[in-house]
Design a protein around this ligand. Structure first.
Ligand code: JFE
Length: 229
């Protein structure tokens, strides 16, 4: 397949849904191979312990380095990019998604508790490229939801996964602007009309109107994308 994705998590069942979604087709076509690994398979005690108390004190638990070391020894190859979802990571953006979509191998390390012993990331960086990535400025309970979102955002950009690739060109954040509003039949719905320009057949005027809608919507909702103050 064009891309291989390995996911290490204590909740492997969480990723079962990847079999049915859009990525399910990509997997059938052999474009994207996904393998999920249970971190507890890399523990050796009776209780399959993956966490312990934090050095220096503080609330919560930290994920032990040993199981992670053994799991990544198995899946992390030098050509891979290790993606570690984290509240303290760089922001995940469409630009990063596009960059990751060109990679042949991605490994996702999904943490829980208060995160993973930092030495795991430090060691991994001696083997492969490592990126700690945040989905946004809000706190999740673990990395699985973030990994799922990133896998979907990256997967859909891998050539052959999306049926009609031209739809990728016009979407939000593609040209740095939010997308224009979309309409379909009926022309009138609950006494609300579709903007007449869209029924005019004047494709130049329609393109101009759509661009204006993008700029206006971006200025209203996401002025930060315009570099405005
Ligand atoms: C301050 O609160 C926390 C501090 C540390 C860790 C956790 C919980 N947690 C564990 C692993 C993990 C991986 C990713 C994320 C995450 C990513 C984004 N964008 N939000 N949250 C959260 C995670 C909570």
């Amino acid at each position: 397949g064009r891309m291989r994705i390995d996911i290490v998590t204590i909740f492997p069942e969480f990723f079962g849904v990847l079999d049915v979604s859009l990525l399910g087709k990509a997997r059938e076509r052999g474009i994207i191979d996904v393998a999920v690994h249970d971190l507890r398979d890399y523990t050796h005690d009776r209780h399959r312990t993956v966490d312990d108390t934090p050095y220096g004190g503080g609330a919560g638990m930290v994920m032990r380095p040993e199981p992670w070391g053994e799991a990544l020894d198995e899946v992390l190859t030098p050509d891979a990019v290790l993606i570690v979802p984290s509240p303290a990571g760089e922001r995940f953006t469409q630009a990063l998604a596009k960059q990751l979509a060109t990679e042949s191998r991605l490994v996702f390390a999904c943490g829980r508790y208060e995160g993973i012993d930092q030495r795991v990331v430090e060691h991994a960086a001696s083997v492969a490229r490592v990126r700690e990535v945040s989905l946004g400025d809000y706190v999740l309970n673990g990395g699985e939801v973030a990994a799922m979102a990133m896998i979907e955002a990256v997967g859909r950009l891998v050539p052959g996964v999306i049926g009609n690739p031209e739809s990728l060109d016009e979407e939000s954040h593609e040209d740095g602007l939010l997308e224009y509003p979309s309409y379909t039949k009926p022309a009138v719905w609950r006494e609300r009309e579709v903007p007449p320009i869209l029924l005019s057949g004047n494709h130049g005027a329609i393109a101009a109107w759509r661009r204006e809608q993008q700029v206006e919507r971006t200025r209203r909702v996401r002025p930060d994308l315009l570099g405005d103050a």
